[in-house]
Design a protein around this ligand. Structure first.
Ligand code: SF4
Ligand code: SF4
Length: 139
């Protein structure tokens, strides 16, 4: 029986002036990390997901250097969001590990239109997202 691999971070939480933002790979249309990968470990599949073939990763960290969002973690391999392929078939909150684990439902599963609807809702004054969106609306 093989040992279970220890978990590695695939999201980054940035804090700025009391606001916390949980970020993961944007799966960039023109992904610089894929272009920079010297071994072809990072690839974009037909669904647009950028994922790392860990068997090919040599840990050169070129992808870490070129990701403008800082969303590749230099652990033993290049760890990044891979859209949870092992959870295909699950629905709702259970589709993605980070969404299921988030205790405050700050992360959700949806299309761009769903996010737009969320932004159109009245902001909650004390929530970090509310403060952020309030600031954006005022600017
Ligand atoms: S790792 Fe960074 S550069 Fe690569 S697709 Fe994700 S966000 Fe874009
Ligand atoms: S660290 Fe791995 S995935 Fe990143 S560029 Fe190097 S070989 Fe490719």
């Amino acid at each position: 029986m093989g040992e279970e691999e220890p978990p590695v971070p695939r999201r980054a939480v940035l804090s700025f002036e009391g606001i916390n933002l949980s970020l993961s790979c944007r799966h960039c249309e023109d992904a610089p990390c894929v272009d920079a990968c010297i071994t072809g470990a990072l690839r974009k599949d037909q669904n647009g997901t950028v994922a790392c073939d860990v068997a090919k990763c040599v840990g050169c960290w070129m992808c870490v250097m070129v990701c403008r969002f800082g969303l590749v973690s230099p652990t033993v391999i290049a760890a990044k969001c891979d859209m949870c392929p092992d959870r295909e078939g699950r629905t709702g909150k259970a589709r993605y590990a980070c969404v299921e684990a988030c205790p405050t439902d700050a992360l959700f599963v949806g299309q761009y239109e769903d996010f737009q609807k969320l932004l159109a809702q009245p902001v909650k004054p004390r929530s970090p997202l509310g403060r952020l969106m309030g600031e954006r609306r005022l600017s």
